[in-house]
Write a protein that binds this ligand. Structure first.
Ligand SMILES: *[C@@H]1O[C@H](CO)[C@@H](O)[C@H](O)[C@H]1NC(C)=O
Ligand SMILES: *[C@@H]1O[C@H](CO)[C@@H](O)[C@H](O)[C@H]1NC(C)=O
Ligand SMILES: *[C@@H]1O[C@H](CO)[C@@H](O)[C@H](O)[C@H]1NC(C)=O
Ligand SMILES: *[C@@H]1O[C@H](CO)[C@@H](O)[C@H](O)[C@H]1NC(C)=O
Ligand SMILES: *[C@@H]1O[C@H](CO)[C@@H](O)[C@H](O)[C@H]1NC(C)=O
Length: 305
């Protein structure tokens, strides 16, 4: 009973203050194949929070972006610790521009995630991945990790073929010079960035003007495209569909349907994950954490508990 009262008062306090007490950044040593790299993280911790709220780890997309564009998710840190990190190879984490192609695998990013989880010493945590971050989150979840409590897959394809299919449909709606600009890729970064921005203004983030952190992540991508260039071919035939039945934690799948329906790319998650909930954001394309920010936070918060 006494314990209960303490919990309750903590909860009330957190509700009243709604304060993020501490923002901490640092580096996590990441040992991989005999070398040690640095993973940069930023952790938002509320002053007081109900003890039943687990820490949330956020996985950014790309691959090859930085955490910045997901930072609106810090809204959830009025109730729980929220941890973001720059995935290895970009942002403030170690850049690895001279590694052979064989170095770049999904396993690399899985091991990095495990290193982050070990560093903080969680007993139990929740995981939210956006786009490629959700693919990575699903890869983690199919291994049935003991500490994983709940999973959120935001705007993530369950197979690259589904993504490619959607992307080519969307591309066909854009002017020829934009389509060509997307094809040239990082061989002509100025043209590529212009084309990618045009594409993203319709199908990525329809908020005007763009949230500055989204620009920051684009800046990081173009300042160092190594991860994007190296991981592209590796993910070209990626699928997790036949492994989804292994996921044994409650999972929330989020998709957007403004200008573009993401329902085709997420469908296997709904078909194969045992305990799954789907929420569709009618006024969002690919970044509902900005396009419908407060709704997104209340949906995720209600699911995580
Ligand atoms: C905080 O938690 C309470 C109750 O658990 C919930 O009503 C509220 O929406 C949460 N706020 C955020 C920002 O997650
Ligand atoms: C997508 O939505 C935005 C915001 O309403 C609008 O400005 C834009 O024209 C739309 N693009 C397409 C291709 O429908
Ligand atoms: C939908 O999103 C656009 C762009 O962010 C915004 O201007 C508009 O007010 C939103 N509409 C609704 C109904 O939320
Ligand atoms: C962010 O990028 C968009 C699209 O290119 C641009 O319109 C906007 O001015 C940029 N904002 C900032 C703060 O750089
Ligand atoms: C993708 O292709 C590579 C080589 O081309 C192969 O080793 C790998 O098993 C394939 N992956 C899937 C999921 O089919």
């Amino acid at each position: 009973m006494a314990r209960h009262l303490v919990n309750l008062s903590l909860y009330l306090l957190s509700f009243i203050t709604l304060a993020i007490a501490e923002v901490k950044t640092g580096y996590i040593p990441f040992e991989y194949q005999g070398s040690t790299y640095q993973t940069w993280y930023i952790a938002y911790t509320p002053e007081v929070h109900p003890p039943w709220h687990r820490p949330l780890v956020a996985l950014h997309g790309g691959p090859g972006l930085s955490y910045n564009y997901m930072v609106s998710i810090q809204d959830l840190a009025s109730n729980r610790t929220v941890i973001f990190y720059d995935q290895i190879g970009n942002g403030k984490s170690t850049h690895l521009d001279t590694k052979p192609n064989s170095f770049w695998t999904v396993d690399l990013f899985l091991k990095e995630l495990e290193s982050v989880i070990d560093f903080f010493g969680f007993d139990s945590f929740d995981l939210l991945g956006h786009s490629w971050g959700g693919m990575l989150g699903a890869e983690h979840a199919v291994l049935r990790p003991q500490k994983l409590n709940k999973l959120v897959l935001s705007d993530s394809p369950a197979a690259m073929s589904l993504w490619v299919q959607l992307e080519s449909q969307l591309l066909s709606t854009l002017p020829q010079d934009v389509q060509d600009g997307l094809m040239v890729g990082f061989s002509d970064p100025v043209r590529y960035r212009a084309a990618l921005t045009t594409f993203f203004l319709s199908y990525g983030c329809t908020v005007q003007p763009w949230p500055a952190p989204l620009n920051t992540s684009f800046d990081a991508l173009f300042a160092n495209p190594t991860v994007s260039i190296k991981m592209g071919p590796i993910l070209s035939n990626w699928t997790i569909v036949d492994r989804l039945k292994n996921i044994n934690v409650p999972t929330l799948v989020l998709s957007g349907s403004r200008n573009v329906t993401e329902n085709t790319i997420i469908k296997p998650y709904l078909d194969w994950i045992r305990e799954v909930t789907h929420v569709e954001f009618q006024n969002s394309s690919h970044t509902p954490m900005w396009e419908e920010r407060s709704l997104y936070m209340s949906v995720v918060s209600a699911f995580l508990g």
